[in-house]
Design a protein around this ligand. Structure first.
Ligand code: ATP
Ligand code: MG
Length: 600
């Protein structure tokens, strides 16, 4: 099992304490292997699972994973990794209507990309490197058998009240619920009814199987929760085999138990479900269907990031309404989107680690994502020159300076300023350059130190030049800036410091520049909490979240491969678009600027 070294879920102290206690006390030692997948071998005679922890990441394949899921992935895989355990990737695919193979594939891809793996030795199964990728739907047979056992023991019944009646009789925080008229049916009657449900003899919604717990419980989740519903829907894995499907709250604890999960870690919304989780597993253990020691559920506060929405329904809406260009649009907070935007797996793991794991919720500022990216890329991203809003600069004394109009002056720039061993880039200075349009001002504002008539600046890695004026087109727009080279001022030569300048410009020689499409991405929303308090999240979309410009980059970037990352000097971090970039079509995405431009 190869896992990233930095995956240590260091902020997860309260979970670490629980795991360390369980390891010290041998809570899960000597367990009989409950059989994975399915329920092949879970009784006496089955091999013992070594005393190690097992966690799981259990996505429902009904959308793409987002930054919040990354937190859960880093936590579950990170803890298993740190304590010599195993983390399962399990698809919680109990809801056929919304689930699709496309999402399964995208989730597998995202977890892998983040740097995690679900292969691990499984001696209990005689397999040196078992895949711990599971589907809840593989356990449908067991789940149904468990349902019949609950019915037979009087712990469940078939209710045929209408959905409205059931809602009304559930009560609320102030009032106890009312028992269903079907609650007193005998186990034999219930079993017959359940089989009719399963055999397709009842219409969708005509009946549900409910646990028989306590309609007066202070915890509404224990007021006879539904276990199975009738739904004629084709399942991505089991096809039309079933017309009844288990409810999530029933299926999830069973999935954990069958996989011998020890620490079932979820977000705080499920805290109120824990008593049912415990009831179900203890009841199934007492009926001999599952074995003690069984899994336990622990909750932590979800990761909330400002300036994004993470509800799958809203993300899907952005995609379906074509507000963004698909699930992997670089503005999406999906893992696929972050990847396409140029984020590194290391930066996402760093963010999740820095966000910590606790019971107290809070907000992580979107800027933290960019900070994590800069911290990761600054020491390693190769530097490159780019001009994104180009205007020509003509060096009018080129021939006098070098004796030949065709002369090109080689200028060496380091690939990385702190890593000379990475070598140098060979930039060739010529008489015609591209510079940024806003590096010139005909009439400078106070504090403007770049090009204006009479002022000198340094062309980075090259010469000092003095601005002599500009040319304009018919509409009065500057079409060319004019300057002269100041002799003997080349960077790295003794004369370089003889002339003091306050500005240094990035540039590209016109005949040594590669035209590129550059996509300047920014936050998708202008509101830090786009969907707080029932607000219409689409009202705060940032109209400037994507700007496509025609710029120039160093000619060497013609050899960049899709997915390569660079720091464009003065501009920020960019990635060669993982999808659209290719030979003959350079496309770069801005991942993040060099400094935060949002904190005012
Ligand atoms: P839904 O259930 O509404 O479709 P979900 O975000 O809960 O959405 P799941 O696929 O069920 O989606 O989530 C998989 C796992 O990721 C769950 O264990 C869930 O608790 C966890 N998770 C989801 N969102 C976050 C978040 N913001 N922070 C941490 N963990 C999260
Ligand atoms: Mg969920």
């Amino acid at each position: 099992m190869s896992q990233p070294k930095d995956a240590a879920a260091t902020g997860s102290n309260f979970l670490r304490h629980i795991i360390e206690r369980d390891l010290a006390e041998g809570t899960y030692a000597g367990r009989r292997f409950a059989g994975t997948p399915g329920d092949a071998a879970h009784h006496a005679g089955a091999p013992a699972d070594p005393a190690r922890i097992r966690t799981r990441f259990p996505p429902e394949p009904n959308g793409y994973l987002h930054i919040g899921h990354a937190k859960s992935i880093c936590l579950n895989f990170g803890l298993a990794n740190d304590y010599g355990g195993i983390c399962h990737l399990r698809f919680d695919d109990t809801n056929p209507e919304k689930e699709e193979q496309e999402y399964v594939d995208a989730i597998v891809d995202a977890v892998h990309w983040l740097g995690f793996d679900w292969h691990a030795p499984e001696p209990a199964l005689g397999d040196a490197a078992a895949s711990h990728l599971y589907f809840a739907s593989d356990y449908f047979d067991f789940m149904y058998r468990a349902a019949e056992a609950l019915v037979g023991a009087g712990h469940a019944y078939v209710d045929e009240q209408s959905a409205d009646e059931m809602r009304a009789s559930r009560g609320d925080f102030a009032n106890a619920g009312r028992e269903s008229p079907h609650r007193a049916r005998t186990p034999a009657e219930n079993l017959a009814r359940l089989r009719q449900m399963k055999n397709g003899e009842l219409a969708d919604g005509a009946a549900v199987l409910r646990a028989k717990i306590d309609m007066a419980s202070a915890n509404i989740n224990l007021r006879d929760p539904a276990l199975y519903r009738i739904k004629r829907a084709t399942h991505h894995n089991t096809g039309d085999t079933w017309c009844i499907y288990p409810m999530y709250t029933y299926a999830h604890p069973i999935e954990d138990a069958l996989e011998n999960v020890t620490h079932s870690i979820c977000t705080l919304e499920f805290e109120d479900q824990r008593p049912f989780y415990d009831w179900l597993l203890d009841t199934l253990c007492s009926l001999g269907l599952l074995l003690q020691p069984r899994p336990h559920q622990y909750e932590f506060a979800r990761l909330n990031v400002s300036y994004v929405v993470t509800s799958k329904r809203k993300l899907k809406q952005l995609v379906d309404e074509k507000i963004v260009d698909g699930w992997d649009d670089p503005r999406m907070p999906t893992i696929a989107g972050l990847r396409r935007r140029g984020y590194t797996p290391e930066s996402i793991r760093l963010l999740c680690d820095r966000a910590g794991t606790s019971k107290a919720g809070g907000w992580t500022d979107y800027a933290s994502l960019e900070i994590a990216l800069r911290d990761d890329l600054d020491p390693k991203a190769p530097r490159a020159m780019a001009v994104l809003d180009p205007v020509r600069l003509e060096l009018t004394n080129w021939t006098e300076s070098f004796g030949d109009a065709a002369h090109r002056e080689p200028c060496l720039a380091p690939v990385h300023p702190q890593h000379p061993e990475l070598g140098a880039r060979d930039l060739r200075l010529g008489p015609e350059l591209w510079i940024e349009r806003d590096d010139f001002a005909e009439v400078p504002a106070k504090g403007f130190f770049r090009l204006y008539p009479g002022n000198k600046v340094r062309l980075k890695y090259g010469y000092v030049v003095e601005c002599t004026g500009c040319e304009k087109d018919g509409e009065g727009k500057v079409s060319k800036v004019l300057a002269t080279i100041v002799a003997d001022t080349r960077s790295g030569t003794p004369g370089a410091d003889a002339v003091k300048v306050k500005g240094t410009l990035t540039w590209l020689a016109v005949d040594d520049a590669l035209a590129a499409e550059v996509r300047l991405y920014d936050r998708l929303f202008v509101d830090a909490h786009p969907d707080a308090g029932g607000k219409d999240f689409k009202a705060s979309l940032n109209p400037a979240s994507k700007q496509v410009v025609s710029g120039f980059v160093e000619s060497a970037l013609g050899a960049a491969r899709a997915g390569d990352r660079f720091q464009f000097e003065r501009h920020g971090y960019f990635v060669a678009d993982p999808v659209d970039h290719g030979p003959g079509r350079p496309v770069f995405n801005r991942t993040a600027t060099l400094r935060d431009t949002w904190s005012r």
